[in-house]
Design a protein around this ligand. Sequence first.
Ligand code: FAD
Length: 462
Amino acid sequence: MIDDELKERIKSIVGEKNFTDNTIDLLSYSQDGSEAEGTADAIAWVTTTEQVSELMKLANEKRFIVVPRGAATGLSGGAVASQGLIMDFSRMNRILEIDTENLTATVEPGVVLADLNNELAKRGTGLFFPPMPASDSVAQMGGSISENAGGVRAVKYGVMSDWVLGLEMVLPTGEVIQEGGKTRKNVSGYNLIGMISGSEGTLGVITKATVGLTPIPETQLSALAYFNTTENAGKFIFRLFKSGLNPSAGEILDANTLQSVSNYTGMTFPECGAMILVEIDGDKEDVQRRLKGLEELFKEFKDAGYLLEYKLAWDPVENFELWQARKSALPSMTQIKPTVIIEDTTVPLDKIPVLLKSMEQLAKKYNLLIPCYGHIGDGNIHPNFLCDPRDPDEFARAHEAIKEMGATVLGLGGTVTGEHGVGTEKKMFMLAEHGQNKINLWERIKQAFDPNRILNPGKIFD
Ligand SMILES: Cc1cc2nc3c(=O)[nH]c(=O)nc-3n(C[C@H](O)[C@H](O)[C@H](O)COP(=O)(O)OP(=O)(O)OC[C@H]3O[C@@H](n4cnc5c(N)ncnc54)[C@H](O)[C@@H]3O)c2cc1C
């Protein structure tokens, strides 16, 4: 609980205009992109590392909880606080340096991901920062590193932690530490960057990040194909990744998702088990050559009777059109039910068709709609549980089905979260996924970083 005296001390650190305890402000900060809800006692917009450090020291001394918050697009409840102080980074958002010789950018945590790429384009660097989640137009660097977010191009370019070279971090006890820098290799000491990326704001507060950049590919072209069954789409996935075509994205939409997109956009699709969309990037000639290679693969599957139809995009306009169904997938579902609970299960590649089948069975068993789409190269499938919270029975069925989904995914050798993190929303699966010994180790790690449990407690595990 933050009392009036403490509020004054917080104000003296961040300044009057960077503090609020107004009820409406607190309410508008009571959620993120998940179902989690909670109301903090106050919000402070930090602008410097020194302020973050001072606040953490104060929180330690007075034992109040601090929850770091980026753009709150998180889908697992990580940025939601039910007491204490929300530390907001949206005003600590400067791009500090773009170094075109070392191919790095150094940024404050509140930099919006797309703003970095826009700035790189504006300065004509020919470089980009690749690991963009679909929320990149709002999600911030600090939140995205903390969630170790990835995007549709993770199959070729990896996730946030693959691009973080250096971090400045404030420990929960207030000390400032630097880890890494601009070097591409660094095996000096424990890999704290690996540990902090994906730690969901529970081990330290990121105040600066140096990330790698890479040349923008000359072109990107795509192709899509409709498969008669999900099993046959699954067979294509192995062939695609063994083929050496090195796609920059590989997406799957199941029949229920295509139906949802069709209802929403009026687009029509052949009756099929699943659609697969593949993107290839690189220099023009090479992309054309690999696209032809992809066509050969499609023909082989068509001749075998597995593939119904395919389309290739030979120019950027056609490419844009091929992506429209995928881009409409999530918006289309919000037209069916007011709540879309987006899961981010991840399974070994050979288990994708099994997972899709089991989601169909789950939908029947619980009388729900669970359209699925996802990133085939990572085995990362999003089952979307459509429900209406005003219908308590349906809402309860959706949550029962999610529990069963967790058990299914773990049984397939997968994980309940490949993208969105654990937060509060997936804590219930942690014991089954990791076992007590590992949770005991997490507990000791948390204790070493945060002896007074003041930084985002109750996230990932209790
Ligand atoms: C429409 C939509 C699409 C999405 N698409 C994707 C996708 O393609 N891939 C994907 O991986 N995710 C996706 N997400 C999830 C989400 O956007 C990502 O997790 C995102 O990177 C979170 O960034 P944020 O700034 O919103 O962080 P927040 O939600 O504000 O915070 C996330 C976590 O980071 C912590 N945190 C925030 N800032 C700091 C800091 N400076 N230091 C330490 N901890 C901090 C918070 O405490 C919290 O635990 C999507 C979400 C939405 C709503």
